[in-house]
Design a protein around this ligand. Structure first.
Ligand code: BES
Ligand code: MN
Ligand code: ZN
Length: 487
């Protein structure tokens, strides 16, 4: 439920609204948009409250009186020469959260940063997101402002930026909804239903493969991960074709483990609680495909997601089993909790051989080791192609996401040697993200530039953040959209 967005060249203080969002740079005494009469009063309040204008900080105050009474939400932007997309996301999101908390039905807001209108609007719209489906108390549910009026001198450019931002934020919010949905409700089969309904009328075609088809497609590795669940695996292949045929064809591949209990290498308390998030890679692919279609991008894009539950049961696969991948390589399972790579192995081979893409990008909450390496805010980018990896890292920076290069040292491949099969699925504890990446690389078709994004850190926020929210974050969506838009 995004608010209706209006872009205007009128000064922000002339707009009628229940709350008005203004910004302050470090070192400024009061927002410049204020009239002379309010300026001194507001500067006084800000000084008394020792407001520092750090990015993400906010303060609420009232100015004027009678009919000109205004509720102001003032948000810090930090140092003017240090403002970047992440900062714009944070400040805009923090500010609108406060206005939302005040139950302001119409919000007037500044777009103070030239060239960052898209980031600001993304901040506003992503900041309003709440997952409140299961809250029975109406008061506790998110308040949805009806209208957001954006005041800027940028005119047409700002309108275009706002329209783009709405598409990106909507897509992120779809990904968040998918990640946040509880594991009883979001299982492979119900997920397919959800995907079908999301893409109805979008122009994106939706092909769904059930377990019988997956068997004839030889995706035995993916199938074995799901064999312990009563809900069978599915693979969904989404296709977006631009109006004019283009040489570039990108495949996006997503891990969609709707719940990762670990299998017989069962996860314990402390690790298992958030594992509904293990389909966040697939959610990012779904979100990005929605944006690609709505933006009408000029490149052909395929989205392939593998939807599987990794559980324990009398039928579940076991440590010691040997799996037959679609590629033909056999894999000894030495850990059933390293299931993501078993799912992706078949998807990467399918995408390589059937789609034959000019670039392939996979997204997966693949390893805890990646969270150890880069923390909860950053994803890792591993690749067989430095140029493509560079393009993605740069796209992430423009999109306001943290993506950092991680090497694929071939020396570590030795760790994946098995005495009874062509490979095993895990190496030692050290460098666990890299050996996971090296495993995946074995299933990437010859000559296909490929990037693996391990999003295990930022996919799911355990602590609330103004822009990323709490729970599913939609990590990866903005980066993919930014990368694809530049092609
Ligand atoms: N889904 C997990 C990785 C994960 C961890 C995602 C934390 C999000 C947050 C993955 O399937 C997994 O269990 N990986 C194992 C690999 C190990 C067995 C080599 C891990 O990281 O412990
Ligand atoms: Mn696992
Ligand atoms: Zn997993």
């Amino acid at each position: 439920m995004t608010p209706k967005i209006q872009v205007t060249k009128r000064p922000v203080m002339s707009l009628r609204a229940k709350a008005t969002i203004l910004f302050l740079f470090d070192g400024e005494k009061a927002p410049r948009a204020l009239a002379q009469s309010d300026l001194r009063q507001v500067a006084g309040v800000l000084e008394r409250r020792q407001f520092k204008a750090a990015p993400g900080s906010t303060v609420v105050l009232e100015t004027g009186s009678g009919r000109s009474l205004r509720t102001l939400v003032i948000a810090g932007l930090g140092k003017a020469n240090e403002v970047d997309v992440e900062c714009a996301h944070l400040a805009a999101a923090a500010a609108i959260r406060v206005a939302q908390g005040l139950k302001a039905s119409t919000i007037a807001a500044e777009l103070p940063l030239a060239g960052m209108e898209q980031a600001m609007v993304e901040g506003y719209l992503a900041g309003l997101y709440r997952f409140d489906r299961y809250l029975s108390d109406k008061q506790a549910k998110a308040f949805h402002p009806a209208k957001l009026v954006l005041a800027t001198e940028a005119g047409a450019a700002a309108k275009r930026a706002a329209a783009r931002a709405e598409i990106v934020a909507d897509s992120m919010n779809v990904a968040r909804d998918l990640v946040n949905e509880v594991p009883r409700e979001l299982q492979p089969v119900s997920y397919v239903k959800e995907i079908r309904s999301l893409f109805r009328g979008s122009g994106v075609s939706v092909k769904v493969f059930d377990q019988k088809q997956l068997r004839s497609m030889r995706m035995h590795s993916l199938l074995q991960v799901g064999v312990g669940s009563v809900v069978p695996p599915r693979v969904v292949h989404l296709v977006y074709k631009p109006q004019r045929k283009r040489a570039k064809r990108v495949a996006l591949v997503g891990k969609g483990v709707t719940f990762d209990a670990g299998g017989y290498n069962l996860k314990g308390t402390g690790n298992i609680e958030t594992m509904k998030c293990d389909m966040a890679g697939s959610a990012a692919v779904v979100g990005a495909m929605l944006a690609v279609a709505r933006l009408g991008l000029k490149v052909e894009v395929h989205g392939v997601v593998g939807l599987v539950e990794n559980l324990v049961s009398g039928k579940a696969y076991k440590p010691g089993d040997v799996l037959h991948t679609r590629r033909g390589k056999t894999v000894e399972v030495n850990n059933t909790d390293a299931e993501g790579r078993l799912v992706l192995a078949d998807l990467l081979d399918y995408a390589s051989t059937v789609i034959k893409p000019s670039a392939m990008i996979d997204l997966a909450t693949l390893t805890g080791a990646c969270v150890v390496a880069l923390g909860t805010m950053a994803s890792a980018a591993m690749s067989n192609d430095d140029e493509l990896r560079g393009e993605l890292v740069e796209a992430a920076a423009r999109a306001g996401e943290k993506l950092w290069p991680m090497p694929l040292y071939k020396e570590y491949k030795e760790q994946l040697k098995s005495s009874i099969a062509d490979m095993k699925n895990t190496g030692s504890r050290w460098g666990g993200s890299i050996t996971a990446g090296l495993f995946l690389q074995e299933f990437v078709g010859e000559g296909i530039p490929w990037v693996h994004m391990d999003i295990a850190g930022p996919a799911f926020a355990e602590k609330p953040h103004p822009f990323w929210g709490v729970g599913g974050t939609g990590a990866g969506v903005a980066t993919l959209v930014e990368y694809l838009s530049a092609l």
